[in-house]
Design a protein around this ligand. Structure first.
Ligand SMILES: [Zn+2]
Length: 455
C-alpha cells in the first residue's frame, strides 16, 4: 500500500497549500479509499502551464517541508477527487425533468426540439456556460459530453470550457437519417469533414479533448458509421462516444436496420468504432459475447442509473459486467438523467445494483460507488493519473465536502464509525449542498452558500 506523504517533483510556480480532511484512492485502479483527517495538499503550476498536485500527506508531516507556502485552511471540511461524468448532454440542460413514455417518444417530443435551438451560436454559448457552471457547482470537474449536430455547438462548448480552464471532452453529433430537419446531417461526407475539422481545431488545445459522436446506430447510415470508424482509427488519441443497448424497442429497430450485425454492439464494431477510448452509454441489454468484446478492446460502459430508472430502460447488470472484466464508470446522462448531482447518481447506482436479487456481488460498497464516479471513471477514459483522484502528479481539480451541510447530514455523519458508513451516509443524503467548494486548476471555481449549519 502507498504511504503518506507522497511527493511529485517538477519545476514549480504558484505554489499553494490546501488544508482539510482528505479522501483519495491510493491505487487508482482499485476502489479502496483512504481518509486522512488533517491533510495538506500542495499544488503548483508546472512548465506546461497545468496546475498539478505536488504532494499530499498528513499536515503535521508535510507542513514543515513547505514553510513559506500560502495555505487555505478549511477546518471540518474534506478534500476529495473531482467527480468525472462519463456521459452527459449539455444541450439537454433544459430537457431535464420532461415526462415521456420512453426513450423514443422522449427524443421526439422534447430532446430534438431543444437540440435544434443550438444551431444559434449565441444560444449554444449561453447553454454551455450555464451547464459548465452547474457541473462545477455539483462537484463535477470532467465530463464526456454530447454537443448537437451543429459544429457551432462544439465551438461554443469548447470555448466556454477553455475559459473555465476545465478538462472537458465533447464532439459534434453525427446523425444523417431518422432525424428531424434542423438536426439531420444532409450531406454525410460533409458531416465527416466537419468532424475532422473540429478535431484539428479543438483536440489537445489546453485541456480539451474531442470525441467522435455518432448519436446511436439508428440515426446514422452505414456510410456515416464507417466514415466515423475510419476517423476513429486515424486519430486513436481521440475519444468515441455513443449509446448502445438502452431500450428494447430501440434494439428491435437496430436489428431491422442492420440485419447483418450479430448484435447492436456489433454494428459499431463492424464500423471500427469499438476500441480503447470508446465509451458507450447504458450497455443494459448486452450479452456476454458483447461484454467480452468490449473488455477485450478496452472500450468502456457509461452506467446511467437515474436515466435508466426515469425512462424505464432496465437495470445495468453489474455481476455480468464484473465477470467480463468490463471497464465502467458512472454518468448522469442529463437530460434523460434526472440529476446533475454525483450523489444522486451514486445512490441510484446502488439501487440498480440491488435489483440483481439473488445473485452474488449485488451490494456495491460505498467506496466502490465513489470510485466509479472518480478514479474509476477517469481510468475508463484513459485519463488515469490525470483526473478523478488526489495523487501527486495529478491535475489540481478537486472538491471540498461539507459533511455537515444539512441538519440531517450533520447528525448522521457525526454518528458513523467507519469510512464506509461515512461515505454511504453522504451517498444517500447528499446533493449540491455537500459541495462546499470546487477547485479547478488551483483556483476556487465554485462555492456553495454555507447553511447556518456550516463550518
Ligand atoms: Zn445519452
Amino acid at each position: 500500500m502507498t504511504t503518506l506523504p507522497m511527493q511529485h517533483t517538477a519545476p514549480l510556480t504558484e505554489q499553494q497549500g490546501w488544508r482539510a480532511g482528505l479522501l483519495w484512492f491510493p491505487d487508482p485502479q482499485h476502489p479502496q479509499a483512504r481518509h486522512e483527517s488533517d491533510a495538506l495538499v500542495v499544488t503548483a503550476r508546472e512548465a506546461d502551464g497545468v496546475v498539478r498536485i505536488q504532494a499530499i500527506g498528513p499536515h503535521r508531516e508535510l507542513a514543515p517541508q513547505w514553510p513559506e507556502l500560502p495555505v487555505t485552511h478549511w477546518p471540518g471540511l474534506c478534500m476529495a477527487p473531482g467527480f468525472v461524468d462519463l456521459h452527459i448532454h449539455y444541450p439537454q440542460t433544459d430537457v431535464i425533468g420532461s415526462p415521456a413514455d420512453g426513450l423514443l417518444p422522449w427524443l421526439e417530443h422534447y430532446t430534438f426540439p431543444h437540440e435544434k435551438q443550438l444551431a444559434d451560436p449565441a444560444r449554444a454559448q449561453e447553454v454551455a456556460g450555464f451547464f459548465l457552471d452547474e457541473l462545477m457547482r455539483q462537484g463535477v470537474t470532467t465530463a464526456l459530453c454530447f454537443a448537437t449536430a451543429h459544429p457551432a455547438s462544439v465551438d461554443a462548448f469548447m470555448a466556454q470550457a477553455q475559459q473555465r480552464h476545465l478538462r472537458m471532452l465533447s464532439g459534434k453529433v453525427l446523425q444523417d437519417r431518422h432525424s428531424p430537419d434542423g438536426l439531420r446531417d444532409t450531406d454525410t461526407a460533409w458531416s465527416l469533414r466537419q468532424t475532422e475539422d473540429l478535431i484539428r481545431r479543438w483536440h489537445g488545445v489546453d485541456r480539451l479533448g474531442y470525441a467522435i459522436t455518432p448519436r446511436f446506430a439508428p440515426t446514422s447510415t452505414r456510410e456515416q458509421l464507417h466514415g466515423a470508424g475510419e476517423i476513429a482509427q486515424q486519430y486513436p488519441e481521440v475519444w468515441v462516444q455513443s449509446h448502445v443497448a438502452e431500450n428494447v424497442d430501440e434494439i428491435r429497430w437496430v436489428h431491422e436496420l442492420f440485419p447483418e450485425a450479430r448484435s447492436y454492439l456489433d454494428v459499431y464494431d463492424r464500423a471500427g468504432l469499438l476500441r480503447q477510448r470508446s465509451v458507450y452509454a447504458h450497455c443494459i441489454h448486452l450479452d456476454d459475447a458483447d461484454r467480452r468484446r468490449m473488455a477485450e478492446v478496452g472500450a468502456a460502459a457509461a452506467i446511467c442509473p437515474t436515466s435508466n430508472l426515469f425512462l424505464g430502460s432496465g437495470f445495468f447488470d453489474y455481476p455480468a459486467a464484473d465477470s467480463a472484466g468490463l471497464r465502467c464508470g458512472l454518468a448522469s446522462d442529463v437530460g434523460g438523467g434526472t440529476s446533475f448531482s454525483p450523489f444522486h447518481t451514486m445512490h441510484a447506482a446502488y439501487t440498480v445494483a440491488r435489483q440483481n436479487v439473488g445473485r452474488p456481488g449485488i451490494g456495491l460498497a460505498p467506496e466502490h460507488l465513489w470510485w466509479q464516479h472518480t478514479a474509476g471513471a477517469a481510468a475508463a477514459l484513459d485519463l488515469n493519473g490525470q483526473v478523478g483522484n488526489l495523487l501527486p502528479g495529478g491535475e489540481a481539480d478537486f472538491v471540498v465536502l461539507q459533511p455537515r451541510a444539512t441538519p440531517l447530514l450533520a447528525r448522521r455523519t457525526a454518528q458513523t464509525e467507519t469510512l464506509a458508513e461515512w461515505l454511504f451516509a453522504m451517498v444517500v443524503l447528499g446533493d449540491d449542498r455537500l459541495i462546499a467548494h470546487t477547485v479547478i486548476q488551483g483556483q476556487i471555481a465554485a462555492s456553495a452558500r454555507m447553511s447556518d449549519n456550516g463550518a
